[in-house]
Ligand binder design. Structure first.
Ligand code: APR
Ligand code: PHB
Length: 391
């Protein structure tokens, strides 16, 4: 098979890149190891930055997002049994977030690719990527097929093959693994508040989010090696109610049938550079953020916006300048978002219980964020997403 851009992975990064390239008249093939069914039903996060909503809207794949997504102009920080609203849009120039499941974005992009006759191959896992130092790299599939292209986009997530195609000596990895994980559930219960609630509690972090007026998404901080079997539904509800209770006793979570339950590790990871010869890494293939800042999907989208612009200049004018700046450009944003996600994680999770000094610092940080407009604005502008140009 021959194409201009071989894209490995049909997550948000790979699918959006293929969509943006097609709009620029650039041919691509998307190779996905799993089935369409699996990719469209894999439950992940669900907060879209303003910039993510804008690029999906500008490129014509946001009709359902605007119909079903929930626009939020604020969020609540809850600690010491009291809630404090952060007025995101007021503090961040009117920009807002939209709550819309990542798998819904994936479904919309797959539908758009197929409707446009895009080359999207499921159950087509890549096994190796070769010839990156030349101008005709090859993606070898597990099936024995090969895809010859001018450029490879490694959008195959943290566990994909793309990053492994970069020689060890050419890659520097930065990593932090947090001593806790998130237990996440989906429940058939109406959301218990209009906006997200990030809760700090001595027993651990808790997050109230949602997917629709009928479905709530909730998370609990648990031990890093926790087994989901250790968390029967009653125990989950009891723990959520305890951590999210308010001192005035006025808040109660709506409970309902839990129909999805999973545990996700918390880590910060960055691989530098994000380019090796004709291979460009984007999204989780290059970086992982802890979910506290709701940035994973949005960072993947930001990467492919920069990459699509560079590939356009390259294929239209043979101009490699933007591609040469791709890695440095994206890493500026990656580290800004890494810092913000680490900061939110440090501020809101139960850290080392044997360090009361740390606990006092954390409390002071929480108090400052809800009392100082300057500190609240910092949180707000990072949370709704900084403009691509501003980082
Ligand atoms: N060949 C082909 N496809 C592969 C291979 C392979 N060898 N290995 C992995 N894949 C596929 C996976 O099945 C997955 O569908 O690559 C895709 C990568 O998608 P994501 O993991 O969603 O990564 P990305 O597109 O970068 O999106 C990042 O996803 O994990 C969330 O929190 C993360 O929100 C962030 C977003
Ligand atoms: C979600 O809705 O899944 C969600 C929201 C906010 C986060 C993480 C996940 O920080």
């Amino acid at each position: 098979m021959r194409t201009q851009v071989g894209i490995v992975g049909a997550g948000p990064a790979g699918l959006l890149l293929s969509h943006l390239l097609q709009r620029a008249g650039i041919e691509s093939v998307v190779l996905e190891a799993r089935t369409r069914e699996y990719v469209e039903h894999r439950v992940r996060a669900g907060v879209l930055e303003q910039g993510t909503v804008d690029v999906l809207t500008e490129t014509g794949v946001a009709d359902r997002l605007h119909r079903e997504g929930m626009v939020h102009r604020g969020l609540e920080l809850r600690f010491g049994g009291r809630g404090h609203r952060i007025a995101l849009s007021e503090l961040a120039g009117g920009r807002a977030i939209t709550v819309y499941g990542q798998q819904e974005v994936v479904k919309d992009l797959i539908a758009a690719r197929l409707a446009a006759g895009g080359e999207l191959r499921f159950e087509a896992g890549a096994e190796a990527i070769e010839g990156l130092d030349g101008d005709r790299p090859v993606v070898r599939l597990a099936s024995g097929e090969e895809v010859r292209c001018a450029v490879v986009a490694g959008c195959d997530g943290f566990h994909g093959v793309s990053r492994g195609a970069v020689p060890d000596e050419a890659l520097t990895v930065y990593e932090r693994v947090y001593p806790f994980a998130w237990l996440g559930i989906l429940a058939r219960a109406a959301p218990s508040s209009e906006e997200l609630i990030y809760t700090h509690h001595d027993r651990g972090f808790a997050l109230h989010s949602m997917r629709s007026p009928e479905v709530t998404r909730l998370y609990l901080q648990v031990a890093p090696d926790e087994e989901v079997e250790a968390w029967p539904d009653e125990r989950i509800w009891e723990e959520l109610q305890t951590r999210m209770a308010t001192a005035d006793g006025g808040f109660l979570l709506n409970e309902g049938e839990i129909f999805e339950k999973g545990i996700a590790p918390m880590r910060s990871f960055v691989a530098e550079p994000m380019r090796h010869g004709r291979l460009f890494l984007a999204g989780d293939a290059a970086h992982i953020v802890p979910a506290t800042g709701a940035k994973g999907l949005n960072l993947a989208v930001a990467d492919v916006r920069v990459l699509a612009r560079g590939l356009r200049a390259f294929f239209e004018r043979g101009d490699e300048q933007e591609l040469d700046a791709y890695s440095e450009r994206c890493l500026r944003r990656v580290w800004r978002v890494q810092h913000f996600s680490w900061w939110m994680t440090q501020m809101l999770h139960r850290l080392d219980v044997h360090d009361p000094f740390e606990a006092r610092l954390q409390r002071s940080q929480l108090e400052y964020v809800v009392r100082s407009e300057a500190a609240a604005r910092t949180l707000a502008e990072n949370y709704v997403g900084l403009e691509l140009e501003d980082v």
